[in-house]
Design a protein around this ligand. Sequence first.
Ligand code: GDP
Length: 297
Amino acid sequence: NDLAFEALTQKLEAVFKRLRGKGKLSEADVKQAMREIRLALLEADVNYKVVKDFVQKVTERAVGQEVMESLTPAQQVIKIVHDELVRLMGPKDTKLNFSQSKVSVFMMVGLQGSGKTTTCGKLGLYLSKMGKRPLLVAADIYRPAAIKQLQVVGEKVGLPVFTMGEQDPVAISKAALEHAFRHGNDVVIIDTAGRLHIDDELMEELERIKEAVTPNEILLVVDSMTGQDAVNVAETFHNRLHLTGLILTKLDGDTRGGAALSIKAVTGCPIKFVGVGEKLTDLEPFYPDRMASRILG
Ligand code: GDP
């Protein structure tokens, strides 16, 4: 996953290289660098309001006396950019909420193609490595292949999959909880239906499932390669369902990074995990500081 955000990294590297070459920095030097950073972020498809805020904060700190008079001003500017990137994407929030006495319910939502079914398997594997005993639940009843796909994923990660064919997803979810309780599974991961676009029927179904099983976590799976579309999708889902977290998939193929850099700031919802490949082990907790370091190359 060295490819992630390649374009942005290269542009920022060029800006910093010029700054380093200057030795002492004038305010004009810093402002010029900020204009270039602003452009690089916009080209990376970062939300324009987020960019504006970011550049303003970095500029305020960077034109201060401490930086300008420091012996390594370029280094200081880079550090400020790093800090503000971390602040933009953070704070780190990878904690998952489990029930103490009951079966925990993790509800997975997202649009079709976002990687939701794959991510159910990845998360199941992750949880079983934590010592949990997850049950995967096939509640996407509209795409005939979806149930089968979850079964295949379940087999690959060695986890049981609960299916009831094409019945009402609310009934499936409730029955799955019963099943989990009786079979010693302490967490259910519900793979809900996705659509190509957000529609009211989908949202209502998700609300009904939410009401019926009171999830501990409602995690939206979004494709980072879709940039600001991912941010808009997250806003809409968050408004309707009050998500507890985001899982940003396909970061390994995302050369721009706009979604990762703006989704937390725009929605207020933390990125808890990232998908970094097609393999079922390719799921990582999201660390804003590591991501910032990676972006800065
Ligand atoms: P769903 O329609 O949302 O259930 O999406 P799927 O789970 O079927 O995933 C759609 C495609 O995205 C599949 O080809 C997955 O292998 C792929 N995919 C999912 N997550 C990732 C990821 O983190 N990285 C990459 N490269 N591919 C992914």
